[in-house]
Write a protein that binds this ligand. Sequence first.
Ligand SMILES: *Cc1c(COP(=O)(O)O)cnc(C)c1O
Length: 398
Amino acid sequence: MTQFKPATKALWSGEKEQLSYGATQVPVVHSVSFGYDDMHEWNAIATGQQEGHVYGRNTNPTTQAFEDKVKDLEGAEAATAFSTGMAAISGTLNAFLRPGDRVVTIKDTYGGTNKIFTEFLPKSGVEVVFCETGNHEEMEREIAKGCQLVYLETPTNPTLKIIDIERMAKAGHDVGALVVIDGTFASPVNQNPLEHGVDIVLHSATKYLGGHSDALGGIVCGPKDLIDQVYHYREINGATLNPQAAYFLLRGMKTLHLRLERQNQNAMQVAKYLQTVDWVDDVFYPGLEGHRGHDIAKKQMKGFGGMLSFSVKGGLDTVYELLPHLKLAKRAASLGCVQTIVGPPALTSHVECTPEERAAMGIPEGLIRYSAGIEDIDDLIQDLDQAFAKLPTEALTK
Ligand SMILES: *Cc1c(COP(=O)(O)O)cnc(C)c1O
């Protein structure tokens, strides 16, 4: 499938090998074990000399179709799936890090990832250095001091900061570090970090890959020798993707490009609209010319994504007043769904953090994260407009 364009790959990649009985769609294989009448064949598969499945914690045909599809879209040699995005992140870190190692990362990683860095890795004797997100010079200085792993995320959650992937990959490789990136916010439609030199790209498949907020999953893509190590950790640790979830993710991915095309457009239009609203202090969207990371985003992204955030005058009080007025937005955690989702980071991505930690990460109290769905753009803007109109205007002048 390598000769085809991404939208075509999203439909066809990974499927053919898993079809049987003339089925045109990949079956959900619920069988836990896979039996062999030929003992030599069993032996060859169990010892990895021949392709095949032995036990559901290790591999599964439905899950494999999902892995092959994402692998093709990221242009990777190999991929391995996990039960959730957090399992993919912690599994990758656990596969490679050992006591005494040093990790260089940014302050604005996903809230759960930040917890791994602040709470769990230090217990295993791993030092984690947090750099100001978007300060490339600081990161280069810290990386040059020596580290085993550089962990990136771009665009970041929730203020959509942009990191120069190629520049950070080079800095990491100069000191022999492994460079890992969380590509969830962009999805493989809008950004392919392996092309910019990173070793491993991982995703929370729960978000754009699945796209319908009905299945949890995670996936890690990269060269075979590295993915083998991540897979080995996962087969033992047991954070395996459920085949039913793998099916939902596979199904969702067939419309990945159509969805993202619309979500990219909708996010851009909503961002431009928000810039005209009196209540709005700041709009964070990498597609806006005035965004700090716009030039880097233009260089490394194929589309600016469906995520944006904006801060409102009056802080959290305004957030609590405004959001219930929206008719076309789920007030919920998560993102990347076909329906628009809104929420303050304090209740979504950064609910694991204390208010002090959020303040230290530069997350304004009045910030709202907006995950644009695929609704008609006129309806989305009209909906925001009527919600802002319901706010008490005297509060605006305070
Ligand atoms: C949601 C998310 C995760 C965690 O994924 P889960 O599937 O919820 O475990 C990791 N990184 C980013 C950027 C996310 O948005």
